[in-house]
Write a protein that binds this ligand. Structure first.
Ligand code: DQA
Length: 140
């Protein structure tokens, strides 16, 4: 049974309430439960933090034993060399995901500090971006 961690960064605890015209009306826990039901043969786990260091600690903790990490680093995507280094420091492959198509948005969202350290990037499919990342990992 594959073990996959979904790791959400800052402000993603407000999904459903936060800028719904961009991120939709659905809360993440509702989506996550549906995802678990859809993949009964995958051991999914979930962690969210608004704190960069906590995301790094989680990558260290999970990054030598799990089969995959699906990371939506929120705005830290665009700023965090420390997250880039954390992803490079572990052996578990990481897929970068974004709900919105960051390339259609403000220019400061066009660059990711973490993409080069990740196995791949999925963005712009709404919450379905997470499912597509699970698909990519279970297909491996
Ligand atoms: C996001 C895109 C980021 O630019 C933004 O800071 C987020 C969410 C997304 O999922 O579309 O917080 O990662």
């Amino acid at each position: 049974m594959k073990k996959i961690l979904i790791l959400n960064g800052p402000n993603l605890n407000l999904l459903g309430k936060r800028e719904p015209e961009i991120y939709g009306h659905r809360g993440f826990m509702d989506y996550y439960e549906a995802l678990q039901a859809r993949y009964p043969d995958v051991e999914l786990s979930y962690f969210q933090s608004n704190i960069e260091g906590e995301l790094i600690n989680k990558i260290h903790e999970a990054g030598f034993s799990l089969d995959g990490i699906i990371l939506n680093a929120g705005a830290y995507t665009h700023t965090s060399i420390a997250l880039h280094d954390a992803i490079r420091s572990v052996t578990t492959p990481v897929i970068e995901v974004h709900i919105s198509n960051v390339h259609q948005r403000e220019e400061f969202r066009h660059h990711s500090m973490i993409s080069a350290a990740c196995m791949g990037v999925i963005c712009g499919f709404g919450l379905d971006s997470y499912r597509l990342a699970v698909e990519a990992m279970v297909g491996k």
